[in-house]
Ligand binder design. Structure first.
Ligand SMILES: [Zn+2]
Length: 288
């Protein structure tokens, strides 16, 4: 396994978000003001640098997994990194499910052949286990939205270019009642961070959950499928943004696939040309 400690792509180390095109412009000819602006921005930059040192002293960077001290913010320690079961090749090109041994390039799992999913491909960072499960749980239930940029950086890599090639990033939506009680949608946090890292637009309101569904936890595969059937739709305003577009659909965990399949069908009905499903973790019981 990939046990070597290496600096991970972090929010700070990742490509910066695109600058706001509305900014800048004007005032180029006013020299004294320009000098003042330069002085002011230097002062602000120095103050921020001092502020960061003070912040590091007061809040030293800790591992996002176990809380031990680490060298940089937005990183995990070597032992947590080693315990992350990353999903790497060989895997099924469609379902992304890892194979126990290499069967050659482009091989599909029996499941992908027997039951082709509505999406083009599914990619995930890690097996939903250990620290991966802890991170998902922390993001979802304990308000740790600060974890999203780090998790999204790993998702960007697991997507193998799918995010960069997409024309829109769409999070699996929560029903508005659940959003109200939870206050934020963990999938939207991941999608927003992915949009920031890749410069691709996020559509936060194009896809909606039109029906309240029971929680999927504890349901079997068939019950899960029935539970989310017809639960999603693309809004009227979202139709032109989805039609003919390559979409990356973002969720935190892939379990039986019922949710992302239902969401993909709604996107396809609205004319999406291709849907790649990208999740942080995926439940895998046995290696094929
Ligand atoms: Zn750790």
């Amino acid at each position: 396994m990939d046990g070597d400690w290496q600096p991970l792509p972090t929010a700070a180390g990742a490509p910066a978000a695109r600058a706001d095109p509305s900014g800048g412009g004007g005032d180029a000819g006013e020299r004294p003001r320009g000098r003042f602006e330069r002085f002011r921005s230097t002062l602000v930059a120095r103050s921020l640098a001092v502020g960061r040192h003070v912040a590091d002293f007061l809040y030293p960077p800790v591992c996002r997994g176990c809380g031990r001290f680490v060298q940089a913010h937005a990183a995990v320690c070597p032992s947590c990194w080693a315990s992350l079961r990353l999903i790497e090749r060989p895997f099924c090109e469609v379902l992304g499910v890892p194979f126990s041994h290499d069967l050659g390039h482009g091989i599909l799992s029996a499941d992908a052949i027997a039951h082709p999913p509505p999406f083009t491909r599914l990619r995930s960072v890690a097996i939903h286990d250990g620290i991966a499960r802890d991170l998902v749980h922390a993001l979802k239930y304990t308000d740790r939205t600060d974890l999203a940029p780090m998790m999204a950086a790993w998702m960007l890599r697991a997507g193998e270019g799918a995010v960069e090639a997409a024309e829109a990033i769409v999070p699996v939506p929560l029903h508005r009642y659940r959003l109200w009680s939870r206050r934020y949608n963990q999938s939207a946090e991941l999608a927003r961070a992915l949009a920031r890292l890749s410069g691709r637009p996020m559509l936060s309101e194009a896809l909606v959950r039109q029906r309240r569904t029971a929680k999927q936890v504890g349901l079997g595969a068939t019950q899960r499928r029935d539970n989310v059937k017809g639960a999603f739709r693309v809004t009227e305003a979202g139709q032109p943004l989805v039609f003919g577009r390559r979409i990356v659909l973002v969720d935190d965990v892939y379990t039986t696939g019922a949710t992302v399949e239902a969401a993909t069908r709604a996107l396809k009905r609205a004319g999406a040309s291709e849907v790649t499903v990208l999740t942080f973790a995926r439940a895998v019981t046995v290696l094929i």
